[in-house]
Design a protein around this ligand. Structure first.
Ligand SMILES: Nc1ncnc2c1ncn2[C@@H]1O[C@H](COP(=O)(O)OP(=O)(O)OP(=O)(O)O)[C@@H](O)[C@H]1O
Length: 580
């Protein structure tokens, strides 16, 4: 076991980016109650403030009321607004000449005060429940995944019969609903097991985060220890109760304690005490595994004892299993897959999920055959299927009639071009809604989807560029400098010259031209530059390239790196290119 692996890996930032991307959360004002009341007032003009539940009769005397109330209301009341247009005119008329404005342009007068949020709130909300479009939401229905879900259920049903289900490997490209389907089946499995009182559990592990054998085993061990502790605590409570009743009977009612225990599994108080003592000892012995520091075999045996503490069938769901194998080999899978032959009371089964079809090539043949007992493939969605998926979600996510007819087909078409990714389709729809909302539009239209597509693409570029290694960033910066100086069809030699100067400037190691050519190929694969090999006749062949990403934004991301930020004026290097 590599002890060095124990340092917790930093978050990949995906969620964060996702959150950063989002426009201000408006879920408060788009809840069901607001819409109900809006319906009651459907005669009134849009944005008549009924959203805040002041009741239908507020409309009549709204303007005076809002003046009087404005100081005491915690939520600003847009009752007085006749929609965003009026709000804009109000702001304009108050401009510098207005006596209500102080020198910094801040409105001091409370009367008729349009606060920072009033304009934003006054628009009719587009979303009914935006959460439904977020990646964290687990849908109750998964259109076009019936076959896969049924196959999983057919395999896992043996767990409900107390038998060990076959191990399952689930493959499919990103966003094809693998995790959502597997989680859906797990929830069904667990709820059915509760219904029939069969001990059956599913443990979910995201191997992108929990990516070493130590961490996987520690997480599993601690989960089972916690469960066992809870079971022991319940049992102890029951036994202490029995004991109290038995002693009571003995001392106060003059009955024999053993008689009081007649209906229980204990013959005597001593028997009962022994059991209580054993349970207390068990609880004391169950020591949680620290996140680092123990030898792996100790972690393994702790997990083994915890899972085997009582009878149960456990399905261990390893999402992104390829990341685990990539990071720390197949030891974890080997150990897990041979556990059943040693377990006495419990049984485990593995459900691996991967979007890398080739990862099993790196597995030990024994692990490979045991893990792939059953394989389920999730094909990419086509545009029609994505359309259905989006429609299902949009029905709950948006207000009625908030989307023009072409919005969903366009989102579906864009996402279908990118290997049929439902996550991308949902992101597009949500971002289009947010952009429409931000621009105070009343409905989401095609142009918002196109803007959303550009925004998501740019966010992706920013994320890829931000996480490049420093040397690749310097190479990319060289390409940008050349491009900004009007050089087209940039060749490797030109990039290398500028790269060398940049390295000297910021005191970085200078790689060989060959290595720089490799880095250019990597940038090409990431879609950041577009390089083509051109033949120069008897002068051999060279690579000519151009940027495939927006210059300004990419440059800004590069300069936000503290090392590259030191390059103050790179112009002379570019000039030098012509001198060389
Ligand atoms: N058939 C479907 N119906 C409704 N929503 C779906 C469907 N398929 C996928 N989704 C949604 O798309 C998003 C991505 O799905 P999921 O996380 O299951 O993909 P995945 O195949 O596991 O991707 P990755 O390999 O990247 O983890 C989720 O928000 C999920 O709810």
């Amino acid at each position: 076991m590599d002890e060095g692996d124990h340092t917790p890996r930093a978050d990949d930032g995906t969620d964060q980016t996702d959150d950063d991307d989002s426009v201000d959360d408006d879920s408060d004002r788009s809840d069901g109650s607001a819409s109900d009341i809006a319906d009651l007032n459907s005669d009134g003009p849009p944005g008549t403030g009924s959203d805040f539940g002041d009741g239908p009769d507020r409309d009549a005397d709204s303007s005076e009321d809002s003046d009087r109330d404005s100081g005491s209301r915690s939520v600003p009341d847009p009752v007085t607004d006749a929609g965003p247009e009026t709000a804009e005119i109000d702001n304009g008329s108050r401009d510098r000449s207005s006596p209500d404005v102080d020198f910094d342009g801040v409105v001091l007068d409370d009367d008729d005060n349009q606060g920072l949020f009033d304009d934003l709130l006054s628009g009719e909300p587009i979303f009914e429940n935006k959460e439904v479009l977020r990646p964290s939401y687990t849908p109750h229905e998964l259109p076009h995944r019936n076959d896969q879900i049924n196959r999983m259920a057919t395999i896992l049903v043996s767990a409900l019969r107390g038998e060990t289900p076959s191990n399952i490997l689930i493959y499919g490209k990103t966003g094809t609903g693998k995790t959502a389907s597997a989680k859906f089946v797990s929830q069904e499995l667990e709820s059915t097991s509760q219904k029939y009182d069969v001990p059956c559990e599913v443990e979910y592990i995201n191997c992108e985060v929990t990516d070493t054998q130590y961490r996987v085993l520690a997480q599993l061990a601690n989960t089972f220890i916690e469960e066992n502790q809870a079971v022991i605590a319940d049992q102890l409570e029951r036994l202490e109760g029995l004991r109290a009743d038995a002693t009571d009977a003995d001392e106060t009612a003059g009955r024999d304690a053993a008689a009081a225990l007649a209906d229980t599994e204990f013959d005597s108080i001593e028997d009962l005490d022994d059991r209580i003592e054993t349970l207390e000892d068990d609880a004391d012995e169950m020591e949680e595994v620290p996140m680092t520091g123990w030898p792996t075999d100790r972690v393994y045996s702790t997990f083994f004892e915890a899972v085997d503490y009582h009878e149960r069938v456990v399905v261990i769901m390893l999402d992104e299993i390829d990341k685990l194998v990539e990071k720390s080999g197949d030891d974890t899978l080997y150990n897990l897959s041979r556990m059943n032959s040693e377990l006495n009371r419990s049984r485990i089964s593995i459900m691996g999920i991967s979007n890398d079809l080739k990862f099993t090539d790196f597995l030990d043949p024994r692990v490979k055959s045991s893990l792939g007992e059953e394989e389920i493939v999730f094909p990419p969605y086509d545009a029609n299927q994505l359309r259905d998926i989006l429609q299902h979600r949009a029905d709950t996510a948006f207000k009625p009639d908030a989307l023009t007819d072409d919005v969903i087909p366009l989102c579906a078409a864009f996402a279908a071009q990118e290997h049929g990714d439902a996550r991308r389709a949902l992101d597009l729809l949500r971002t289009a809604g947010e952009l429409a909302e931000r621009s105070q539009a009343e409905i989401v239209a095609e142009k918002h989807v196109r803007q959303a597509q550009d925004k998501i693409e740019l966010d992706r570029v920013v994320e890829v560029v931000r996480t490049l290694p420093t040397q690749s960033k310097i190479v990319l910066f060289a390409v940008i400098l050349l491009e900004k100086n009007g050089v087209h069809n940039i060749n490797t030699g030109e990039v290398f010259n500028i790269y060398k100067r940049l390295c000297e400037e910021i005191d970085a190691d200078v790689l060989t031209q060959r290595r720089v050519t490799d880095l250019i190929s990597e940038l090409d694969m990431l879609g950041i530059v577009n390089a083509v090999v051109v033949s120069k006749g008897r002068y051999g062949r060279t690579k000519e390239m151009g940027l495939s990403v927006p210059v300004e934004e990419t440059e800004a991301v590069l300069l936000s790196d503290s090392r590259l930020g030191d390059i103050e004026n790179a112009q002379p290097f570019v000039q030098a290119r012509f001198d060389n």
